[in-house]
Write a protein that binds this ligand. Structure first.
Ligand code: ZN
Ligand code: CU
Length: 485
């Protein structure tokens, strides 16, 4: 038997949350053909893993890579971390289906300028991803704010019955074309005025497709528990799974409440399929939001349209230089992006360690001075949090970014190292793996990632992308409720 690729002497951490075991892995025609003692087998390409870890390629369940996967299909920030699949369309913002009437409303501008929004139908977006030959696999949600921007002349109100039915039609068409589900970003001003009822009516489309509801909660500050209740209410009404995006306790007044949030999540999980994602940092990042401007913690500016020179600087210093209050400085900088150092480390760890949480980067690829999660989220969980801090065993860290994620989003035959599964794989050194990107120097590739295969094709090695691009568009498969048992 001649295989395409043989990876010998690996410690297989298979993504199922089971401890690792030594084995060889053979790849043929994009899939894992055999796992075991393959000393007598040969292949076109043979690699000696020398005892390093071979894991399923990481699945970034929370991204804003919608347009960058097409414009920069190499996807180095993610590929260099061992990511092989990205889920786009989170937080209510998606590249499709969108027909803009001007500039993209906040926070859709996180995905690019108006020129980036050229997909009036979900099927147009899907075709563009397929034509781009992206390095990574791409699956997509439809954003609620994107739908609102198509049909409402004023985003600061709830939708009318006619507007809701128009949005429902676009959502249904998108689900038919392979969308995973609907995302909301109810905290953002352009979605905040949407009533719970508006969202519930939209989510009525999900159940027939077995699709999922993901949500950037209406609040991550003091009313976070009420916001979680709203999300669960919507999910129950929709008879659809609920994934809470980047679960956190935001704002100094909210620190220490993660046990309450997790108790609420566990309680909901008893009767309904629910889960969450999170990123492994105590700072958040998004557009600069006047409601989040405070002197209680540090805020740095990552980009500003009127003041590009502010990128990477503290809001406090800018305000001092201009001799104006923080809020005035923020207003002058808008539209802008920011990093908010607004979480407590103990809360971050508790949420990250919880069995219902998956890892998602929430990285912002358009940002000239991005939060380091864009380049570092996955190695940080493996190196810093698992190995150095001892928050959980390595196989649990891997499970949170592979097997669990694939199950929740119905990514069939991915997320675990098993025979006949797609060969999305990452080879890494558990001793040296480390996120190098930090808040001062955020665009640096991780150390310790030795090889990344996407659909059986080695796409990254020796610290470099090799230009091979075998990613696919992953349309929704089956009923996502099945992934919550
Ligand atoms: Zn969000
Ligand atoms: Cu997000």
């Amino acid at each position: 038997m001649m295989y395409d690729t043989l990876i010998r002497n690996a410690l297989i951490i298979d993504g199922s949350n089971a401890p690792g075991y030594p084995a060889d892995v053979a790849i043929l025609n994009g899939r894992i053909e055999r796992i075991g003692d393959l000393r007598d087998a040969c292949a076109t390409e043979e690699i000696d893993a020398a005892g390093r870890v071979l894991a399923p390629g990481f699945i970034d369940v929370h991204t804003h890579d919608d347009t960058v996967v097409i414009r920069q299909p190499q996807m180095l920030p993610k590929l260099s971390q061992g990511v092989t699949t990205v889920i786009v369309g989170n937080c209510g913002i998606s590249a499709s289906p969108v027909s803009l009437r001007g500039d993209p409303p906040d926070p859709m501008n996180l995905l690019g300028t108006a020129a980036a929004f050229v997909y009036p139908r979900f099927s147009d977006y899907r075709a563009a991803v397929e034509a781009a030959n992206t390095t990574l696999n791409v699956a997509a949600l439809v954003g609620h704010t994107a739908l609102r921007s198509n049909h409402l002349d004023d985003l600061l109100r709830t939708a009318t019955a006619d507007e809701i039915s128009a949005m429902r039609e676009q959502l249904r068409e998108s689900l038919e074309a392979g969308a995973l589900g609907l995302s909301t970003g109810l905290a953002y001003a352009n979605a905040f005025s949407a009533s719970t009822d508006e969202v519930m009516q939209l989510t009525e489309e999900l159940s027939a497709f077995g699709a999922v509801y993901t949500t950037h909660l209406r609040s991550e500050f003091e009313p976070v528990l009420e916001a979680m209740d709203e999300a669960f209410q919507i999910g129950r009404h929709a008879k659809s799974p609920v994934i809470i995006s980047h679960l956190k306790c935001a704002g100094a007044g909210n620190w220490g409440r993660s046990p309450q949030l997790l108790a609420s999540l566990e309680n909901a999980a008893k009767t309904h399929p629910v889960g969450c994602d999170c990123y492994p940092y105590a700072a958040s990042s998004s557009t600069l939001d006047l409601k989040q401007v405070t002197d209680a913690h540090r805020i740095t500016i990552t980009w500003s349209t009127p003041h590009p020179e502010a990128s990477g600087r503290d809001l406090m210093d800018i305000a001092a230089e201009w001799g104006v209050p923080l809020l005035d400085a923020a207003r002058r900088l808008q539209p802008a992006g920011a990093v908010y150092y607004g979480m407590d480390e103990a809360d971050v760890r508790r949420i990250l360690a919880h069995p219902l949480s998956m890892v998602g980067s929430d990285g912002l690829p358009e940002d000239p001075f991005p939060h380091p999660r864009l380049w570092g989220a996955f190695p940080r969980v493996l190196g810093h949090f698992s190995r150095d801090v001892g928050l959980f065993p390595l196989h649990t860290a891997v499970h949170k970014m592979t097997g669990l994620s694939a199950a929740r989003f119905g990514l069939k035959e991915r997320g675990e190292i098993r025979e006949r599964h797609w060969a999305d794989l990452v080879l890494f050194d558990p001793v040296t793996i480390r996120d190098v990107a930090d808040f001062n120097d955020p665009q640096r590739a991780a150390e310790g990632i030795d090889g990344v295969w996407v659909n059986g094709v080695l796409s990254y090695s020796d610290g470099q992308a090799n230009g091979r691009r075998e990613g696919r568009f992953l349309a929704r498969q089956g009923d996502l409720r099945d992934g919550f048992q």
